[in-house]
Design a protein. Structure first.
Length: 261
C-alpha cells in the first residue's frame, strides 16, 4: 500500500483467479487407513507424472459414520507418505465441517468427483483389448508414438461413451475411444489417446512420463488435457480451437494444441 497526493493506493501484490484445476477426489468407501494408503502408493508408482504430489480432496460421504479426528489425521498422514497431498475435505454435512475444522483443512463444495479408481476393479468396463487397425487412426495419427515401456500391450479400444464420473485407464498402451468422453469423465493412457467423438471431459496422455505421447480428438471441448504431466484447462485454449478436430503434443516442455485438417 502506498499514499499518493492524499489518497491510498491499494494496488494488489497478487492477482487471485478462481478457475478449473486438476484436483483428484478420493471418495472413501471403506475406512481402512492401511489399505487406502497402499492403494494410493500403487497409483503414484504406476503413474508418477500424474499422481506424484497431486492435490487430493478427501470425501467421506460414502461412509455411514464420519471418522473421528484421530483416524482422519492418520489417513491424511498415510496419504502424504504415499506421495499425494490432501488439501481439503469434500463438503457433505455439518459433521464434515466440524471435522475439517479439527484437521485444519478447508471444505470444497460442489466438487465434481471422479470416484472410480484408475485401473481398479470397480472402474467402468471397457471393450476387450485388441490391436487398433492402422486405418482406424485419425488423420496424422501416425506421428504419435506408442508407450516406451518394454511391456507395452495392444491398444485399448472403448466402444461405449465414457460418462460423467467414470475414469478409464490404458496401462502401457494407447487408448482409442470410439464414442464421447462426457463432461466430468476422465480418460488416461500411458501412450497416446485417440477420441473419435466429442471430448468434453479430461484426457491425460503419457501418464508415466512419455513425452512423445499425443492426443487426437475429432471435436474438442475438453475440461483439461495433459501430456506427460503438462496440462492446459479450457480457459487457456484459444476459442477458435473449441469444437474443432485437434492434435495435442509436447514441444520443449510446452503443451501445444493445433487444429487438424
Amino acid at each position: 500500500m502506498s499514499v499518493t497526493q492524499g489518497h491510498m493506493d491499494y494496488e494488489q501484490a497478487g492477482e487471485l483467479k478462481i478457475g478449473q484445476v486438476g484436483i483428484a477426489n478420493l471418495r472413501i468407501r471403506t475406512l481402512d487407513v492401511a489399505q487406502l494408503s497402499r492403494e494410493m502408493r500403487e497409483r503414484v508408482e504406476r503413474a508418477p507424472k500424474l499422481f506424484g504430489r497431486a492435490a487430493v480432496i478427501i470425501d467421506f460421504g460414502g461412509l455411514t459414520r464420519m471418522p473421528d479426528a484421530a483416524t482422519a489425521q492418520s489417513l491424511l498422514d498415510g496419504l502424504r507418505a504415499a506421495g499425494v497431498i490432501p488439501v481439503a475435505l469434500a463438503y457433505g454435512s455439518p459433521d464434515t465441517e466440524a471435522l475439517a475444522e479439527q484437521l485444519g483443512l478447508p471444505l470444497l463444495a460442489k466438487f465434481r468427483a471422479q470416484y472410480e479408481p484408475v485401473g481398479g476393479a470397480s472402474a467402468p468396463t471397457a471393450s476387450a483389448p485388441r490391436p487398433v487397425a492402422a486405418d482406424a487412426a485419425p488423420a496424422k495419427a501416425s506421428a504419435a508414438s506408442a508407450p516406451k515401456a518394454s511391456d507395452s500391450k495392444p491398444g485399448l479400444v472403448q466402444k461405449t461413451p465414457v460418462r460423467s464420473g467414470q475414469q478409464l485407464y490404458a496401462e502401457n498402451r494407447d487408448l482409442t475411444v470410439l464414442n464421447t468422453v462426457g463432461a466430468g469423465a476422465e480418460v488416461i493412457s500411458d501412450g497416446s489417446i485417440h477420441i473419435y467423438g466429442p471430448l468434453r471431459g479430461r484426457a491425460l496422455a503419457g501418464a508415466r512420463g512419455n513425452a512423445d505421447a499425443r492426443i487426437f480428438c475429432r471435436e474438442f471441448h475438453a475440461e483439461l488435457v495433459a501430456v506427460a504431466g503438462h496440462y492446459k484447462v479450457m480457459e487457456e485454449v484459444p476459442k477458435e480451437l473449441r469444437g474443432k478436430a485437434v492434435q495435442i503434443w509436447l514441444e520443449q516442455d510446452q503443451l501445444k494444441i493445433a487444429a487438424q485438417e
